[in-house]
Write a protein that binds this ligand. Structure first.
Ligand code: FRU
Length: 559
């Protein structure tokens, strides 16, 4: 919850007593503006820190959109947009509710266009990450509803389309054929009404149409999300996730919690919902079951987990006859155990395990990936982009595996193989020895988007430092620790070696140690071509059997 202004206890209360929006009416003299919709988008200028006001778009006498916005046409930091294509040809009213001082003037700054604001510069803005997903406009946090259907990976996400900070939660939507190149579509799930925000959740393909929601030849996409005014809700899509319809029996679960994760439990031929639930001195995950995604029965509870659960089964060391279930929550810590479709029994000991460090939160894994890979994406929480028209990013998609390692079975996370498609010019060094005080510097590499593969033989004591355009990644042999900008993870040499795979993008660095035994996601601020790139050491000389640097291409379309 860092970086956001809602306090959790308040949220818990909001679930129970959220005021009915119908009671909050726009005063008759509230500022309003009539707009004849002739184009697809409204453009709304926003100044971070300006008075936050509640606006409604009223169409045919009904409130169609209802949200908060720091509207300011004089000194905007960004211009957000609202897709009003469905109202083309109609005259709509934009009006204020509540604190409306100075609003009349701000309303005049709303304009219309057929394209989103500043389309020529989209994805080319100086501070825009080039291979981490960011939204075209506004704030995003958790990945939601990660699912594969019909050749496309779907990334839904917590989105504030109207501002640079958290608020107005919608489900944004992007699709990709390969987890690397994303096309952002419009918001897929909008709040039904003010104060009934669309919080996090998950999605599955209902192959056997257990829900009866299927309309055409293809199975429906079914999503579960937390409606902050109602409880856990089910929605379904028969158009590939572009639009969703509400199940009329919503909410399907009412409790004090959020973030439903749907899983098909094949042996029992039933659905499972793992969902965060909290009590006075308790944070837990509850497990419900259902045969039709509509009617749910509570089966069990496990304590000691905070929001955003994920639950999946993986083979150990690739052996399909030996599996473990993984249960994780938003902090990325996880337990291994058995799951019988109703209850999770931990087998990995009382302490949770950890493989992710740094700016990594609320991760989810994809459902229905056809090749059976378990692919995870996290919210790079706190990776922030001042001056840009968007805020926060997703982390690189990683493939999760369970492997026997020092200490037992552990979760490994490696960037998906598809990332290699971005590799451009390759620079390679072999057989280097770095002595204390010396450094190996590259002058020839000019790009600011880099993938680095370093095979290091650390001496028993001593320090190895990679300077990546001003961001230092350090391995301290005596401590057995890898660190970057204060983010630290334990890492011991394997066969005398530390193997690092590092991605340098604008705004962040991600470091994968020893084939994904640990992974660090680190906010770096602006990274720049022209800043130095070198490897050096202190304490004792060390060997670098090989060091490879790829300059990476942007994942965004060049236009
Ligand atoms: C996690 C979280 C979820 C909630 C969502 C709201 O970051 O707090 O528990 O559903 O964000 O945006």
């Amino acid at each position: 919850m860092r970086l956001r202004t809602i306090a959790l206890p308040l949220f818990a209360v909001a679930l129970i007593v959220s005021p009915s929006p119908a009671r909050v009416r726009a005063a008759d003299d509230a500022p309003r503006r009539e707009i004849a919709i002739a184009h697809r988008y409204l453009h709304l200028p926003v100044r971070n820190g300006a008075a936050k006001r509640r606006l409604q778009l009223v169409v045919d006498g009904k409130v169609a959109r209802d949200f908060e916005i720091e509207l300011d046409g004089e000194r905007p930091d960004l211009v957000v947009f609202d897709d009003v294509d469905e109202y083309r040809g109609k005259t709509i009213q934009v009006r204020g509710v509540g604190n409306v001082e100075g609003l009349s003037k701000a309303l005049e700054a709303i304009t219309q266009a057929d394209e989103i604001p500043d389309p020529a510069n989209l994805y080319r803005e100086a501070g825009r990450p080039q291979f981490h997903f960011t939204s075209r406009r506004g704030w995003h946090n958790d990945p939601n509803g990660l699912v594969w259907q019909d050749g496309k990976y779907h990334l839904f996400y917590q989105h504030n389309p109207y501002g640079w900070s958290w608020g107005n939660m919608h489900w944004g939507h992007a699709v990709s054929p390969d987890l690397v190149h994303w096309t952002e579509l419009g918001d897929a799930i909008r709040p039904r009404e003010y104060n009934d925000w669309v919080f996090s959740g998950s999605a599955v393909v209902d192959h056997a149409n257990t829900s009866g929601f299927q309309a055409g030849a293809n199975p429906p996409l079914v999503a579960a999300f937390t409606s902050t005014g109602r409880g856990e809700c089910i929605v379904f899509s028969n158009d590939g996730g572009k639009t969703f319809a509400e199940y009329e029996g919503n909410p399907v679960v009412k409790h004090n919690g959020r973030d439903p994760k749907l899983v098909w439990y094949a042996p029992g031929k039933h659905w499972v919902m793992a969902v965060y639930d909290e009590g006075k001195d308790r944070q837990s995950i509850d497990f419900y079951t259902s045969t039709d995604l509509k009617h749910w029965t509570k089966q069990s509870r496990i304590d000691g987990y905070f929001e955003c659960p994920d639950l999946f089964e993986l083979p150990v060391d690739g052996d399909a006859s030996k599996t473990r279930w993984v249960l994780s929550a938003a902090d990325g810590k996880y337990a291994l155990g058995d799951f019988d479709g109703k209850a999770f029994r931990v087998s990995s000991g009382p302490e949770k395990l950890q493989n992710r460090y740094g700016n990594y939160y609320a991760a989810q894994s994809f459902s229905d990936v056809p090749d059976g890979r378990r692919i995870q994406v996290g919210w790079g929480n706190g990776v922030t982009f001042p001056g840009m028209p968007f805020n926060q990013q997703m982390t690189l998609p990683t493939r999760l595996t369970l492997r026997t390692a020092d200490g037992g079975i552990r979760l490994f996370a490696e960037p998906v193989a598809e990332m290699e498609a971005l590799r451009g010019a390759k620079h390679e060094w072999t057989g280097l020895t770095i002595t204390p005080g010396s450094e190996e510097t590259s002058q020839e590499i000019t790009g600011d988007l880099l993938e680095i593969l370093a095979d290091l033989r650390p001496a028993k004591a001593g320090t190895i430092t990679l300077n990546l355009r001003g961001t230092l990644v350090t391995y301290e042999a005596a401590k057995g620790e890898i660190s970057c900008k204060g983010v630290r993870a334990p890492l011991s040499p394997k066969d005398g070696r530390i193997r690092l795979r590092i991605f340098v993008d604008r705004g962040s660095v991600e470091v994968f140690g020893n084939d994904g035994r640990v992974a660090l996601s680190v906010a770096t601020g602006a990274n720049g071509a022209g800043k130095p790139l070198w490897i050096s050491g202190a304490g004792e000389p060390f060997e670098v059997p090989s060091l490879t640097v790829y300059e990476l291409r942007s994942a965004w379309p060049s236009r």
